[in-house]
Design a protein around this ligand. Structure first.
Ligand code: NAD
Length: 344
C-alpha cells in the first residue's frame, strides 16, 4: 500500500462532488459530518440538484467547477462510463480523486487514470467500502495471521433483486457501454472482497444470460463462473439480480486447510458459519447498516470510513485502504470473467 500525505492540505480538507445522485448524496452526507472535511462544490448536469444543496457552490459543467479552483479532493459519483474522463479532469486540475466503484469499465481506462495520477502527483482513492465491513475485517485478519492455511475453495454467492423501478430511475443503468453489466455495477464489491481475501485470479470461465431484464437492459442478469486463484484455489462465483422480490444473499465462503468460514447475510454483514482449528471469530451480525436507496438496497454503508481514510492519508500519511492499483485489478478480474463467458 502506498503511504503518503500532502503537506498542502488545509485543516479542513475541501471536497467537491461530481454526480449528485444516489451515491453522490451519500458522499455529501459523510463529508459534511466529518470534522476534518467540508463540502465546497457540487456539479451535476441536472440543474434541479441546486435546490438540494443550499449554501454550496453548484455547477452544471465539471470544467467550470474545476476552474473555480476551491477544492482539494474531487469525488467522482457519476455513471461508470464517466469515471475515466472525470477522474482525469480532476487530477489534471490538481485535485486528489475519490472514484466510485467500478474504477472504470476497462483496464485500458484504469491505466490512463493511473498515468494521469502519476504525472499530476495526486492520488486516486478507489471506493470499495465493503472492505470495512467488520466480518470482512475479521476474516482478513484471520487470513493474514495464517489462521486459514492454504485456501482450497471459495464460493461467492450474489443473489440480489433489481426491479424495473431501479432501471427506470437512471438512464445509464443496464446499458452495455455506460453500465458495463452486473459484475461492474452490482457485484464488483464481491469481486473486490474475493481479491482482497485471496489475491488475483489466473483464469475464468462461465456462463451468463439475461433471463428477466431483457425489456430494460442490454446486459446479463445472471451468471455462474469457475475461477482459478493465483494460489491454485478453485472459486465458484454465482450471481443474479433475479432473486424474487428482494435481495436474498451476498456471501463468501472459504474452505481452507485450517478451517471453513462464511461471511454472509445480504451484503457481507455477518459471520454466518465458522469451524476453525485455532481461532474463534466474534459473532458478528450487523443488520441495520445497508445503503438503502428507497427503491432498492445496496451494500453496507461505510462511506464515513472511506472519507476518514482520505483524511488519514492526506493529513497523517496513513495507508490508502483501496489504491488505484486495487481498483484496476478488480476491473481486470471482471474483464477476464466477461472474456471467459459464454452467453447462453
Ligand atoms: N459504493 C457503492 O456502494 C455504490 C452504490 C451505488 C452506486 N455506486 C456507483 O456510483 C456511481 C453513480 O451511481 P448512482 O446510483 O448514484 O447513479 P445515479 O444515476 O443515481 O446518479 C448519477 C448522477 O450523475 C449525474 N450526471 C450524469 N452525467 C453527468 C455529467 N456529465 N456531469 C455531471 N453529473 C452527471 C446524474 O444527473 C445523476 O444525478 C456509479 O458508478 C455506481 O456504480 C456505488
Amino acid at each position: 500500500m502506498t503511504v503518503t500525505f500532502d503537506t498542502d492540505m488545509p485543516d479542513k480538507i475541501r471536497f467537491a462532488i461530481v454526480g449528485y445522485g444516489n451515491i453522490g448524496r451519500r458522499h455529501a452526507e459523510h463529508i459534511q459530518h466529518n470534522s476534518s472535511t467540508e463540502l465546497v462544490a457540487v456539479c451535476d448536469i441536472n440543474p434541479a440538484v441546486k435546490e438540494l444543496i443550499p449554501g454550496i457552490a453548484f455547477y452544471t459543467r465539471l470544467e467550470d467547477m474545476l476552474a473555480a479552483g476551491n477544492a482539494d479532493v474531487l469525488c467522482i459519483c457519476t455513471p461508470n462510463y464517466l469515471h475515466e474522463p472525470h477522474t482525469i479532469a480532476g487530477l489534471q486540475a490538481g485535485l486528489h480523486t475519490v472514484v466510485e466503484k467500478p474504477m472504470a469499465l476497462s483496464v485500458a481506462e484504469c491505466d490512463r487514470m493511473i498515468a494521469a495520477a502519476n504525472s499530476a502527483g495526486k492520488i486516486i482513492f478507489a471506493v470499495k467500502q465493503n472492505r470495512y465491513n467488520p466480518p470482512v475485517q475479521a476474516v482478513k485478519e484471520l487470513i493474514t495471521g495464517n489462521g486459514l492455511g492454504h485456501t482450497y475453495m471459495i464460493q461467492v454467492n450474489c443473489f440480489w433483486n433489481r426491479g424495473d423501478a431501479y432501471y427506470a430511475e437512471s438512464n445509464w443503468r443496464g446499458k452495455k457501454d455506460k453500465d458495463g453489466g452486473c459484475l461492474f455495477t452490482q457485484f464488483s464489491h464481491f469481486v473486490d472482497i474475493m481479491y482482497y481475501l485471496n489475491g488475483r485470479i489466473t483464469s475464468a470461465e462461465g456462463w451468463v444470460h439475461n433471463f428477466a431484464h431483457r425489456h430494460n437492459t442490454e446486459v446479463e442478469d445472471t451468471g455462474s463462473f469457475v475461477l482459478k486463484g493465483i494460489n491454485d484455489s478453485i472459486i465458484n462465483f454465482n450471481f443474479t439480480t433475479c432473486s424474487y422480490e428482494k435481495n436474498m444473499e451476498g456471501s463468501i465462503t472459504l474452505f481452507g486447510e485450517k478451517g471453513t468460514v462464511k461471511i454472509g447475510g445480504q451484503y457481507l454483514n455477518t459471520i454466518e458459519y465458522q469451524q476453525l482449528k485455532d481461532a474463534t471469530l466474534p459473532l458478528i451480525n450487523i443488520s441495520a447498516k445497508a445503503n438503502n436507496y428507497g427503491l432498492y438496497q445496496g451494500s453496507m454503508s461505510n462511506h464515513d470510513k472511506l472519507i476518514q481514510n482520505v483524511v488519514d492519508v492526506l493529513h497523517h500519511g496513513k495507508p490508502i485502504m483501496t489504491s488505484a492499483e486495487d481498483g484496476r485489478e478488480v476491473v481486470n478480474i471482471i474483464q477476464m470473467m466477461y472474456a471467459g463467458a459464454i452467453k447462453v
